[in-house]
Design a protein around this ligand. Structure first.
Ligand code: C2E
Ligand code: CA
Ligand code: CA
Length: 667
């Protein structure tokens, strides 16, 4: 019974829409049926007409059921002709297939019954024709439905086969032969239908697999593209503020410049650097610092006009592209607007913060739009703005350009060991103001360059610090100074200026002691001058270095005292052996009562702390007299002596007296 079940299953198999392959098979099947079914009905009708002609129209009358059947066939033919090009969903196709299946069954049985009726009631002379046309119609229709085997088997089984069997059972030998042959053909076609069905299913399955593979590949490609664009977004974004980062900014700047070269409008490049942001981090923690940066980013970007761009390019640095800014005045106004917006207070976790920033702006025009140069120019302007103090704005100008070029040349030269070797020293005496006794020489760096001319130390020392060559340079200078100090009497000290970077770099003190050791100069002969601004940078590191030196016997002198603002706390927290009063305290003291009072106050403070004081920049007799009167112990200045070259210093050191004193005594 199993094979019967299998046959019935094959007869009613219309396909299914659950799987992708099933759906593809349904679509292919329906597309083929759309092409083939009209043909099938034509075959059926042709056979009907053929039979009509072969039997001289005897067999049918216009009112017979066969005509109704033919009418139905014609109607279906028209339906299918109109259905061409129609697209159905797989579920609709399943329903449609069921209809086809049902119609095929109906028509097959209808024609079969009609043929059998004809045979019974008709003229026996036409028996052969009826059976032949009937079986041919069945075979033809089966071919017409070949892409839908479940339906294709119906005309074979329910039309062609009964008629063929009827032929086979005919007493006429010729009919018997035809019957055998037609039954064999029907069996062959049933087999071919099966084979065709398998091949068709396989073809569709592999096609749908290929399509699925392609779909998968496309999906993977889409995912890869999305991942790539996400990675690009991440790589271009500052994670803290969500603003574009330096990389993205440089690319945008490049695009703007390219547009400018193609004839677009000029624009400005602005760089913003926050003032005093580090203390916020140090005092309130990095979390608060981060929040503040976020808010600053939000504020700045909300103030940007259309087409403008803002990026966070560094810790507390922002860069902006400002379209439509074409003049120095407009650039200045734009920079000022940024600084003003920045200054409005920020409230973070209930606490109010105020922060300012300096802004450097440069213009980009069609004639002057090199990206590298523009960045350097904006940076130079920012540098200049910062020189002017907090919330400063500077627009790049030609004069800055010259300054910048010179600075770049100074930087370049300072990196060369031969330049560092060429930087020499002069020595300015520090004397006891009461006795004229020579206490020390302050070593002051001098650089006379062949091409750059004379460069003052307060210009090149900060540059050497910024480009991190100060350690090397300072060691060379100290080595030279120590050699000279070796020529002086033991009581004459070498006073040497320590730069801020050096003071705050761990290990500097050991290096200094090594240099002294190499020059065979006792650390007792050295006194180092440090400024309060240098101490400000990293107090702990500075204290470590200074205590190492102090323990080795070196004197520590606080330089430029009175020029800053936090000195008294340093006097309390760090042990000094002397204080050098800033030149500004002395200048004008002879003419101003207030200045004199201030000077006296500072000197009294030093005395109270037990610290010997040195006055610098003594330029007039009056200043000298006043300082003596106020009890200042030591002094230094053009009045006493200009800085001397090494030999002159050695000569003075051998006398151990500064000449003005000798002159005074003689007088
Ligand atoms: P400073 O330590 O305050 O040095 C004193 C400066 O005052 C020197 O300028 C000196 O030439 C100048 N001076 C001396 N007497 C008078 C005077 O009567 N009136 C006036 N107006 N000025 C006088 P200089 O040599 O140009 O040095 C400037 C600064 O450069 C120094 O200030 C010091 O901070 C730094 N410096 C110089 N040489 C070195 C060095 O070898 N290493 C380091 N780290 N810094 C140095
Ligand atoms: Ca000094
Ligand atoms: Ca000084």
């Amino acid at each position: 019974m199993g094979w019967v079940k299998g046959w019935v299953g094959k007869l009613v198999d219309v396909g299914e829409a659950r799987t992708a392959a099933g759906r593809a098979l349904l679509e292919e099947r329906y597309a083929a049926l759309l092409r083939q079914i009209p043909l099938l009905y034509v075959v059926a009708l042709t056979n009907f007409v053929g039979l009509q002609l072969a039997t001289d129209g005897d067999l049918v009358s216009p009112t017979s059921p066969s005509m109704i059947l033919c009418g139905f066939v014609c109607a279906r033919l028209l339906y299918w002709l109109r259905a061409r090009g129609r697209r159905l969903t797989p579920e609709q196709i399943v329903r449609q297939l069921w209809k086809i299946w049902f119609n095929a069954l109906l028509i097959s049985l209808g024609f079969c019954l009609w043929a059998l009726t004809l045979l019974k009631v008709g003229n026996p002379q036409y028996e052969g024709h009826i059976l032949l046309f009937g079986t041919l119609a069945g075979v033809g229709c089966a071919y017409g439905l070949s892409s839908f085997p479940g339906a294709a088997r119906l005309p074979l089984v329910f039309l062609a086969l009964p008629l063929a069997v009827r032929l086979f059972l005919s007493p006429q030998p010729a009919h018997f032969g035809m019957g055998v042959s037609i039954i064999l053909i029907i069996l062959l076609i049933l087999h071919l239908l099966h084979v065709h069905h398998l091949a068709f299913t396989e073809l569709v399955r592999s096609r749908s697999e290929i399509a699925e593979g392609r779909e998968r590949a496309l999906r993977a490609e889409r995912l890869a593209k999305a991942a790539k664009s996400k990675a690009k977004r991440v790589a271009d974004t500052d994670p803290l503020t969500g603003l574009p980062n330096r990389r993205a900014f440089l690319r945008a700047l490049g695009k703007n410049v390219a547009a400018l070269e193609r004839g677009g409008g000029g624009f400005a490049l602005a760089m913003l650097d926050l003032d005093g942001f580090k203390p916020v981090n140090d005092t309130f923690g990095h979390g608060t610092g981060d929040r503040l940066l976020e808010r600053i980013g939000e504020r700045l970007s909300s103030g940007m006009g259309g087409g403008a761009m803002i990026a966070r390019t560094g810790g507390d640095e922002f860069a902006m592209i400002l379209p439509g800014v074409g003049t120095a005045e407009a650039a200045e106004a734009a920079g000022a607007a940024i600084c003003v917006a920045l200054k409005r207070p920020y409230v973070i976790e209930g606490r109010e913060f105020r922060i300012s920033g300096c802004c450097g702006v440069t213009l980009l025009t069609r004639d002057d739009c090199d990206v590298e140069q523009a960045l350097i120019r904006a940076d130079t302007a920012l540098y200049r703005a910062k020189e002017g103090g907090r919330a400063g704005v500077a627009v790049f100008s030609e004069e800055m350009h010259v300054m910048h070029r010179r600075r770049a040349a100074v930087e370049k030269a300072l990196r060369l060991p031969e330049t560092q070797d060429r930087i020499g020293l002069v020595f300015q005496p520090i004397t006891d103001l009461a006795t004229g006794e020579l206490r020390a020489f302050e070593a002051l760096a001098r650089w006379e360059d062949d091409t750059l001319g004379r460069i003052a130390p307060d210009q090149f020392i900060p540059i050497a610090e910024q480009i991190s060559v100060i350690q090397e340079l300072s060691q060379r200078l100290l080595a030279k100074a120590a050699v000279q100090a070796g020529r002086w009497a033991d009581s004459v000290k070498l006073s040497f200026n320590l730069s801020a970077v050096q003071l705050c770099t761990a290990g500097s003190s050991e290096q200094i002691l090594t240099v002294l050791d190499q020059a065979r100069l006792s650390p007792h002969r050295l006194q180092v001058e440090v400024t309060e601004t240098a101490l400000l940078a990293d107090f702990e590191a500075a204290r470590d270095n200074l205590s190492t030196l102090r323990n080795a016997g070196t004197r520590i002198v606080l330089d430029d005292f009175g020029a800053g603002h936090a000195s008294i706390s340093y006097l309390r927290e760090m042990q000094f052996d002397g204080v050098k009063l800033d030149g500004a305290l002395i200048a004008g003291s002879e003419h101003s009562l207030r200045q004199r009072r201030l000077l006296k106050g500072v000197l009294d403070l030093c005395t109270a702390m037990g610290l010997p004081s040195v006055a610098e920049h003594i330029e007039t007799e009056e200043q000298l007299a006043l300082l003596r009167q106020l009890g200042c112990r030591d002094g230094q200045g053009y009045l006493l002596s200009r800085p001397l070259d090494a030999d002159a210093a050695a000569e003075m050191a051998s006398a151990r007296l500064v000449k003005f004193q000798a002159r005074r005594r003689a007088a």
